[in-house]
Design a protein around this ligand. Structure first.
Ligand code: GLY
Length: 595
């Protein structure tokens, strides 16, 4: 079915009027805005054109793919001047924090996967937010022990964890940087001071969240000037963010984790304007990025590698692919309901294990190896051998050294977040997913950036029927994530960098893109634009307004409950084979750009 949609028709179908408008903007920009300055760049116009045609952007030497053209442009400038992928990432992240402030920024956290061309080694860095040392496991419960409503928990200081992103920028630069650190902030500083054109997506999100944004004076003053949501195309300046970037450029991440910025973060969280949190200056001073062992699974002769705990990303993507390895998805093809039955039920089984076993392994013993052991995956895969949807799924019993009784998780995750993929001129590859959790995070704005609400990625309940939940909140612990920054290798060499936004649907977005690319032979732009069908907990979500809707009846006939809905991924990918092939998700505003 989906194969009929190759090329232009698929991209246009997925893009809808938003992309068509952006593509038009790229060739006929409105005069006088920063955003338009970048969109007038012929390279960027070419990137839009390639994406609209369902083709990857082609390059030979370096490439960057991310969620906003201004951020991509800043990263491309660094790479053009000989900077490393780590240098480019810093420039991209700094600009994303300005132009896409609802999704990621200095007030949040991230996971980074790095392939080092010189050594051939893979490194994963964990810059996840930590729970404050003064936080208690019942932080998100009311006085009767019942979980708070999601937004009652999110909005205010209560949900704010210690940010990790500034420390990650510094750590990545310390390990792999070539450019001068202060230079990497200049594009962000200039855009903050001169202003940038508010994108249609940002304007739409501000409008739909206006009531919550209006509750916090600093946040309201920025996003709702004169009391109304800032419209698309308006020029927004953020001098407070420029000052923060200048401090980081001059003093390094210490300017964030101590001194005036740290004190003001703590003040904002503890005041919390009706919903205070417990973050302290000690939490900020103690924050550290952690290097973790990469988690890899073998799939169709490739190694699919990513971020281990506290992310559930690589383990859950790995379990899905590991279970599907013994089924011939290529023969079934992307139009086959049976292929989607296999993918959907493999995903349900993996999510059952995720809910039971996955959390911050510094705090909770985890069967990390057992979850990806071949014999275990083969036993779980055998459950898929029938013809219909599994009537129910339950966690399995992987091998582990420190077995303990755990209850299933009940945490809530809504889609947000941003993904950056970069290949530099030396062949280093970076895949980084970055977030402040919910759109606009905690809605608290300090020094020109938003603070995260990452603590709501913990389970609000600590126990179920007296049995502890692995992802319960504990002081200093990192909340379980679904972020899945991934690098795929073939014979030890990188062939694909990718990742997505989308809350816990990230896992399905990444797994399905890999299947579309490896099993169904799509080019990487077609693979990430493929209409989504996602199953996590039983209900099959199929993407509204796309050919995936045609799966509704056959999936219902197999026994699934099907929900037709928007599925806003933010996939950004670079395939590496005879040059570089970049892809940007038509559901977002990003591009891929290379040379
Ligand atoms: N807050 C989204 C995630 O970490 O998965």
């Amino acid at each position: 079915m989906f194969q009929r949609l190759a090329g232009l028709s698929l991209a246009v179908l997925m893009a809808g009027p938003g992309l068509a408008q952006q593509a038009a903007d790229a060739v006929a920009p409105e005069a006088g805005t920063q955003g338009v300055t970048a969109l007038s760049n012929p390279e960027i116009a070419a990137a839009y054109a390639a994406r609209a045609a369902g083709q990857p952007v082609q390059a030979e030497t370096w490439m960057v793919a991310a969620a906003n053209p201004l951020a991509v442009s800043a990263g491309a400038e660094v790479l053009r001047n000989g900077g490393s992928a780590a240098d480019a990432m810093i420039a991209v992240q700094v600009v994303l924090g300005l132009v896409e402030p609802q999704s990621s920024g200095l007030g949040g956290g991230a996971f980074l996967v790095w392939y080092d061309a010189a050594s051939g080694e893979l490194t994963t860095l964990d810059a996840r937010e930590t729970a404050p040392l003064a936080a208690t496991p019942t932080l998100f419960q009311d006085e009767t022990g019942e979980p708070l409503g999601f937004f009652d928990a999110v909005v205010g200081g209560r949900s704010v964890g210690t940010p990790g992103t500034p420390a990650l920028l510094q750590e990545a630069h310390r390990r792999w940087g070539k450019a001068r650190w202060p230079d990497l902030f200049q594009a962000g500083i200039a855009l903050s001071e001169e202003g940038f054109a508010v994108s249609p997506r940002l304007a739409g999100l501000v409008e739909s969240d206006a009531e919550r944004l209006a509750r916090r004076p600093q946040t309201a003053a920025y996003f709702l000037p004169d009391g109304s949501p800032v419209p698309a195309g308006a020029i927004l300046r953020n001098p407070a963010y420029a000052a923060t970037l200048r401090a980081l450029a001059t003093e390094g991440a210490a300017a964030f984790y101590s001194g005036a910025i740290a004190a003001d973060i703590v003040r904002a969280v503890r005041d919390g304007q009706g919903n205070p949190g417990v973050l302290s200056e000690t939490d900020l001073a103690l924050y550290q990025v952690r290097e973790r062992p990469p988690v890899c699974v073998s799939y169709r002769g490739h190694d699919v590698c990513g971020m281990g705990p506290p992310s559930s990303g690589a383990l859950t993507v790995g379990q899905i692919l590991g279970m599907l390895e013994s089924y011939d998805l290529a023969a079934l093809g992307p139009g086959s309901a049976d292929a989607w039955r296999l993918i959907g039920d493999a995903s349900r089984l993996a999510f059952a294990d995720r809910g039971r076993y996955m959390a911050d392994s510094d705090f909770v013993p985890m069967p990390t190896k057992g979850l990806l052991e071949q014999a275990y995956l083969a036993q779980r895969a055998s459950l898929l051998a029938g013809d219909d949807a599994l009537p129910e799924v339950a966690p399995g019993s992987p091998k582990w050294d420190h077995a303990q009784l755990l209850a299933d998780d009940v945490s809530i995750e809504l889609p947000s977040t941003s993904h950056i993929s970069i290949v530099d001129g030396q062949g280093n590859v970076l895949s980084m997913t970055t977030t402040i959790e919910n759109g606009f995070g905690s809605r608290l704005m300090v020094h020109g950036f938003l603070l995260n609400n990452e603590l709501t990625d913990f389970s609000f309940r600590t126990h179920s029927d007296g049995v502890p939940i692995a992802n319960r909140l504990e002081p200093g612990k990192r909340p379980r994530s679904s972020m899945s920054p991934t690098i795929v290798l073939k014979d030890g060499a990188p062939v694909l960098a990718l990742g997505s936004s989308g809350g816990s649907r990230i896992i399905g977005h990444v797994a399905q893109s890999i299947i579309a690319w490896l099993d169904w032979g799509m080019n990487i732009q077609e693979a990430i634009a493929l209409p989504h069908a996602i199953n996590r907990f039983g209900t099959y979500d199929v993407e509204e307004g796309t050919e995936a809707e045609a799966l509704k009846a056959p999936l219902e006939a197999l026994g699934y409950e099907v929900s037709v809905r928007q599925l806003n991924s933010g996939l950004h990918a670079i395939a590496i084979a005879d040059g570089l092939h970049g892809a940007a998700d038509p559901r977002r505003e990003g591009i891929a750009l290379g040379k």
